[in-house]
Design a protein around this ligand. Structure first.
Ligand SMILES: CC(C)(CO)[C@@H](O)C(=O)NCCC(=O)O
Ligand code: NA
Length: 656
């Protein structure tokens, strides 16, 4: 690796006579390599530290759950790091550049998307003292449901990881010409090493460090970008002239309005703000990587607090990405443009922008590359550790109950390591894909994470659901996901409306010094979508916005699950394991008289001690140990119950 390899890559679209050519001369200076090497070395250092300190990773409790001793600040930074990878850093600004700021509406989904996990999922999981989220499925349903859940999660995580490893490697290759597969290998190996050595403690503390580097890198690019574009006022003038600030009022026609109710439009308030809630729930509510972090918190309060604290950092991350997209727009889509980022793939835009901005500023390109790698490493390490956890807890331990702790820990390390190697192989698949990496990630979350969210919701909220219902439900949710997902790829309608707002920028471009050939090419790609007629029938179904995938697939699971449960005999009250239900229906029917409510939804496990259900006065007599009120257990009763009982308790007071 020589300190200054000229940027070269044959697969890149270079536009002759434009600034893109100049970018091709970009060099990565020694200082940039030093910064990048420091990032990798510090991450390794943290891994080594936790391998050699504390309990030295000799138990699975330490390796997989950080001894359940973490406080809320590191846990919350680690939570945001898990699903904020290089994919978001290069993907979100490109969406803002092409669609305008309406992407910001996803920030609205963060509110319910974090509040619901904090008050519904975390209390239930924490009180059950789980290690793997899929243990819940066995407690609530049976072992086959647990295994199907685990396998689905493994599938989701392995393909997501591939996208995460590949994205920053592509970036490094673009900036320095550093071999793509060399970078993939380096990321995978460093990450595998510190994850295998230091366990969850190392994963969480490297996440903290890497999150800070991630914010620093983005901030640096924005500051330099704003300065070079002529200051904040100038950037603002250009983006508002380019109609990139989409408010509800800004839109002239419903077709491009951010309130357009059409579910096939990629980004509207509804797809992002409402569909996004389900995406967030599948990630922050039931995804093993996150559940494991909640469980590693020392108290339930710390777990809930850490979930709340994700909100400001996630908003900051979103704001930084939005601003970066706007600065990109101001620079390349204003009247004095030199070239059009629109001809690049969405994955490449940010990289060209950064290379252009940071030219002649040694150190900053190193910082930005470190930012991308930080984001990626923190995601991949969480994935390795959570994969090792579920494979160990859900697939291996139940079959080898007599395994010693030392063997189990060694095996977990072996698993973390093998998943690392598997992900390198999977990265190759991403290489073959041409879609925007951000959309790919969202599709994975929706297609595989959505059905998982459905199974957990079915179990938590519906006492009648039985294990047959859960299995058939999960199966049909996945079938629905792949039907729509593959349908959208085959008919490739998803994203068809993207060019509508990009057309603004393209139109400006055409009046500039762009070659006629390219202008024609742009018109021919932009025009058909503008006059695009609404897809009909199945075609319309396939063009559903990928932001709705989580909602669609989780509802499919819940509805099929309930229908099948009622057909095969709904679960009896006494059969449901205490502590695995959340009285959502009872809370929602607060206006219904108790008698009726009992008829409607009180198939609840009353004989099993205080698993708090919304159930009615009848229980006062049935269970002498505890007194139920509309608000749940009386406080004294609760205290005395907690002292005497070993069954987990779901508190009514955590209701929405
Ligand atoms: C998942 C959200 C919306 C919230 O964490 C965001 O971080 C994101 O857009 N992630 C994209 C996937 C990724 O960065 O890998
Ligand atoms: Na990350």
């Amino acid at each position: 690796m020589s300190p200054s390899i000229p940027f070269s890559n044959s697969s890149r679209i270079l536009i002759p006579g434009t600034k893109m050519d100049a970018l091709a001369q970009m060099h990565f200076a020694t200082i940039d390599y030093v910064i990048f090497a420091l990032l990798l070395a510090s991450s390794m250092g943290i891994g080594l530290y936790y391998a050699l300190s504390g309990g030295r990773q000799r138990t699975t409790q330490e390796f997989l759950l950080a001894d359940r001793s973490m406080s809320c600040l590191p846990v919350s930074l680690s939570l945001i790091a898990t699903f904020q990878s290089a994919v978001a850093i290069v993907g979100v600004p490109a969406e803002i550049y092409t669609h305008g700021t309406q992407y910001w509406f996803i920030g609205c989904a963060y509110i319910l998307g974090l509040f619901i996990p904090a008050h519904i999922f975390i209390p239930v999981f924490y009180k059950l003292h789980l290690t793997s989220a899929y243990q819940y499925l066995e407690l609530r349903f049976n072992k086959p449901v647990r295994i199907c859940g685990t396998v689905t999660f493994i599938f989701q995580t392995v393909i997501y990881m591939a996208v995460c490893v590949y994205t920053p490697a592509l970036a490094l290759n673009a900036v320095t010409g550093f071999d793509l597969w060399g970078a993939v290998l380096a990321t995978g190996l460093v990450c595998t090493l510190y994850t295998t050595l230091g366990g969850l403690k190392a994963v969480i503390w490297t996440d903290v460090f890497q999150t800070i580097v991630m914010f620093a890198g983005q901030l640096a690019v924005i500051v330099v970008g704003v300065q070079q574009t002529g200051g904040v006022a100038e950037v603002w003038r250009k983006v508002s002239e380019g109609n990139r600030i989409s408010g509800i009022e800004c839109s002239t026609s419903l077709h491009v309005s951010s309130l357009n109710p059409d579910p096939t439009v990629e980004y509207t308030f509804w797809t992002l703000g409402v569909g996004g809630v389900f995406l967030m729930l599948s990630l922050y509510g039931v995804n093993q990587a996150q559940v494991q972090r909640y469980l590693s918190a020392k108290t339930e309060r710390d777990a809930i607090m850490s979930c709340y604290m994700v909100f400001p950092s996630l908003q900051l991350a979103l704001a930084l990405s939005c601003v970066m997209g706007l600065v990109m727009f101001a620079r390349y889509c204003g009247e004095d443009h030199f070239h059009n980022l629109g001809v690049l793939s969405k994955n490449e835009m940010v990289l060209y922008f950064v290379m252009d901005m940071l030219q002649g500023l040694p150190g900053l390109s190193g910082l930005f590359i470190s930012c991308l790698f930080s984001a990626a490493l923190s995601t991949i390490s969480s994935a390795f550790n959570s994969l090792a956890t579920v494979t160990m807890e859900d697939l291996i331990k139940p079959h080898c109950p007599s395994m010693t702790e030392a063997r189990a820990t060694l095996l977990s390390k072996g698993l973390a390591c093998s998943y690392g190697l598997l992900c390198l192989a999977m990265a190759y698949l991403t290489h073959l894909m041409s879609d925007s990496v951000l959309q790919t990630a969202f599709k994975i979350f929706g297609m595989v994470g959505g059905p998982l969210l459905g199974v957990f919701s079915l179990g938590l909220f519906f006492p009648w659901a039985n294990s047959t219902g859960a299995l058939v439900g999960l199966g049909s949710g996945l079938a629905m996901a792949f039907w729509v997902g593959i349908g959208s790829i085959v008919t490739s309608t998803s994203g068809g409306l993207a060019a509508v707002s990009q057309f603004n920028c393209t139109a400006v471009q055409l009046s500039g010094n762009i070659t006629t050939a390219m202008g024609t090419a742009l018109i021919s790609t932009a025009m058909p979508t503008v006059t695009h007629s609404r897809p009909m029938g199945l075609q319309r179904f396939y063009s559903l916005s990928f932001m709705w995938y989580s909602a669609l697939n989780s509802f499919t699971v819940v509805i099929t699950g309930l229908v099948v449960s009622f057909l095969t005999g709904p679960m009896k009250a006494e059969e449901v394991t205490p502590g695995t239900l959340y009285p959502l229906l009872g809370n929602m029917l607060f206006f219904v008289p108790d008698k009726l409510k009992q008829k409607l939804c009180c198939v609840t496990p009353l004989g099993h001690g205080p698993t708090i259900q919304e159930c009615p006065p009848a229980q006062h007599e049935r269970n002498g140990q505890a007194i139920y009120t509309e608000e749940g257990l009386l406080e004294e009763e609760r205290q005395s119950f907690l002292l005497t009982s070993h069954t987990p308790v779901v508190e009514h007071e955590t209701a929405l």
